[in-house]
Design a protein around this ligand. Sequence first.
Ligand code: DC
Length: 220
Amino acid sequence: MKIAIDGPAGAGKSDTAKALAKKLGFIYVDTGALYRGIGLYAIRKGKNPASIEEVVPLLAEIKIEMRHIESEQHIFLNGEDVSAFIRTESVSAAASAVSAIPAVRDFLFDMQREIAEKNDVVMDGRDIGTVVLLDAELKIFLTAKPEVRAGRRLRQLEAKGIEAKFDDVLADVIQRDYNDTNRDFRPLKLAEDGILFDNSEIGFEETVEQIISMAKERMA
Ligand code: DC
């Protein structure tokens, strides 16, 4: 079985997908980490992640792998486990930039398909239900109001001891939404057979519970 969880940044996709995978005994696949791996490589090579001319030649040098170690996903870039280096703000921005390049999306497509063919998966990303797993049995478009997502992000930053202003975080959320939904190639959008799930008013536990019951209906 394949479950696709798409949606904008800050909707809680990864926590939700992870919890679903655990409860269902499926593999959780965070596809954003693959784009982050490529963004990191571009930064390390001193290239502009938004430049097609600079990024495309790098793809021939990149071997990116996803391995599950004690049920945690790790990303290997040319053999090095880079999982600890891909969560910074600069890598987030680079990932967003490289993800708009069609050749980058094609480069990562086969790997995502392959893992879903071999396993029951909960895969989170931006184009899982619309491109990567067109045949997913359940497609959720998880979202929340920008202000709610910015508030959650602010609390995550505070928990890490990072100071930030709500207005700046909100501006960043809005900018990322714009980039992800307005790129020409495979933008973030609701699949025709996808379910729009707005969790602005409900908590994490309830989000997971409701999606689990939808998954179980489809498994029956
Ligand atoms: O989910 P995330 O924040 O880790 O994703 C990082 C970037 O990669 C984000 O800007 C959108 C992009 N991305 C994408 O275009 N398609 C995916 N399937 C996953 C992520």
